[in-house]
Design a protein around this ligand. Structure first.
Ligand SMILES: Cc1cc2nc3c(=O)[nH]c(=O)nc-3n(C[C@H](O)[C@H](O)[C@H](O)COP(=O)(O)OP(=O)(O)OC[C@H]3O[C@@H](n4cnc5c(N)ncnc54)[C@H](O)[C@@H]3O)c2cc1C
Length: 474
């Protein structure tokens, strides 16, 4: 059983010991940029977070800085008081806010960016959609994930999307990062960094949250791809076995992702495939998809305009749902999916405890995998699939269906076990029974080096609400 619900209790229970609160010092240094719990902007910050679990946290205060100097001041004051710091970027994860921490809300006033030559220089609170918008007038793109609202958490920890196989991960496009470290200094990191800062530059490309606050990031870019088609197709969920058998061996200019999901009003789950392919090959790819999966119950092919920030929701799943959507989530990285494993996954989809449970299979490999595992902290280079397992339900966090959704996520993980080659760090939470195992999976052979860099750059663990980086003996 995964421990996400222990964590929720941990988030909302009252502290056992008095915790330091640097509110007064922050207020006198940063004035109006600091939101205390009695500030009307404080609840607005919490409700603006994507997940109810993050919104349930009660930070000591929220700082909405307007520049890197204010971020550095906030980190220094929090550190001196013994208070933890955590960062909100796009706000999509469950770990961008924490009870009793100083939360630095980068999105509030440090988003946006500008074009510098063929590069995008983005603020630390920018979204990936904003990066595409900055590059669009130059006819250029950076590969992003499947939604434009994700922020630096995606860009600095991975970034799987429709161009991963043909162009690489978002993080492989970082050429410079401005980072406020735990000592409250502003550092510029790039290939030109030397000594211990070169180590930090290596670490932030895959594992930024435990090391500091990104206040700006520069991305290299590509000419916007032309002549791409996206084929969206709905089939019976049983076709998942044939789909993976087909997709495991595709050339890297084809990105064949899918979601196992139950459309609104449907009686059971379906396979929703979204396949990006060169337009010249689109008919051939669609025929091969149909030959593998059988006649689709719905299908559509359209030209892909990547700069327009496409997001491909399965048809019938976009309707608003009353109340917050809670979820237990894990994100393993897989190699080839075997037919035996695929059959088990179909069975688990059919027995999911909530119709909001879904599993995404984002196609990876290709260009991403040509970079050495040790080249950056991101260690999931061998992965062919990024697989968010989402045990979701509507209503309240302590709904009777919550434990069943947690168990279901755990069961899916176990069913996938034979194919797991890593983990995506974005949903690893500190303090759970499985945390160390997931950290070891996410960073693999890079973990000892990351641990050494953490001890050097954040010896008092100011950024302790992120995943721990110590090596745990087996
Ligand atoms: C609807 C949805 C769709 C998604 N689709 C994809 C996808 O297609 N591809 C993919 O790869 N991932 C995807 N993800 C996962 C996503 O990449 C992670 O949730 C990621 O952590 C989001 O980053 P964020 O900045 O938006 O969120 P946040 O919750 O703000 O941040 C996530 C983590 O990064 C840290 N962080 C954020 N900004 C900074 C900063 N400026 N400096 C230092 N640390 C920072 C936070 O402290 C936190 O630990 C998706 C998630 C959701 C909810």
């Amino acid at each position: 059983m995964i421990g996400v619900w222990y964590c929720e209790r941990h988030l909302i229970r009252p502290p056992e010991h008095p915790v330091p609160n640097p509110l007064t010092a922050l207020r006198s240094a940063l004035g109006d940029a600091v939101l205390a719990p009695d500030d009307p902007r404080y609840p607005a910050f919490r409700t603006g977070l994507f997940t109810p679990l993050a919104a349930a946290a009660r930070p000591a205060c929220v700082v909405q800085p307007e520049d890197a100097t204010q971020v550095a001041t906030a980190v220094r004051i929090a550190r001196d008081s013994g208070c933890a710091v955590t960062t909100r970027g796009g706000g999509l994860s469950t770990i961008c806010s924490a009870t009793d921490a100083v939360v630095i809300d980068m999105k509030a006033r440090m988003g946006g960016g500008r074009l510098i030559g063929d590069k995008a220089r983005m603020g630390g609170g920018a979204t990936m959609g904003q990066a595409l918008a900055v590059l669009a007038p130059a006819g250029r793109v950076v590969p992003i994930g499947s939604v434009p609202i994700a922020g630096m958490g995606l860009a600095t920890q991975g970034g799987f999307g429709h161009l991963t196989r043909s162009h690489g991960l978002t993080l492989d496009h970082l050429v410079e990062v401005e980072l406020v470290t735990a000592d409250g200094e502003i550092r510029t990191l790039s290939d030109a960094s030397t000594g211990s800062e070169a180590e930090l530059w290596w670490a932030v490309r895959g594992a930024t949250p435990p090391f500091g606050v990104v206040t700006a990031a520069t991305f290299r870019s590509h000419m916007a791809p032309v002549g791409l088609t996206v084929i969206r197709s709905v089939s019976t969920v049983e076709a998942f076995t044939e789909f993976t058998a087909w997709a495991n061996d595709l050339p890297e200019d084809v990105c064949a992702s899918c979601t196992l999901v139950t459309p609104t009003g449907a009686t059971g789950p379906v396979l929703f495939a979204y396949v990006v392919a060169p337009t010249a090959a689109a008919d051939r790819v669609r025929n091969a998809l149909d030959a593998a999966c059988g006649a689709p119950t719905w299908q559509e092919s359209v030209a892909l305009n990547y700069s327009a920030q496409p997001a491909f929701d399965p048809p019938g799943t976009g309707e608003p749902i009353a109340g917050p959507i809670w979820c237990a989530e894990k994100c393993p990285l897989l190699g080839r999916v075997s037919p035996e494993v695929a059959v088990r996954i179909v069975g688990l989809m059919r027995s999911a405890p909530s119709h909001l449970c879904r599993i995404d299979f984002q196609h990876a490999g290709g260009v991403m995998s040509r970079i050495a595992t040790e080249a950056t902290a991101f260690a999931g280079r061998r992965a062919l699939w990024n697989v968010p397992i989402i045990g979701a339900w509507a209503g309240s966090g302590d709904s009777p269906v919550a434990p069943a959704c947690g168990r279901w996520v755990s069961d899916v993980w176990v069913a996938l076990d034979a194919c797991i080659v890593g983990a995506y760090s974005t949903e690893i939470r500190p303090g759970l029974p499985e945390t160390s195992r997931e950290v070891a999976l996410a960073f693999g052979p890079n973990l000892p080096r990351l641990g050494a860099i953490k001890r050097l750059w954040d010896p008092t663990n100011v950024f302790r609400h992120s995943y721990p980086l110590e090596v745990v003996a087996k």
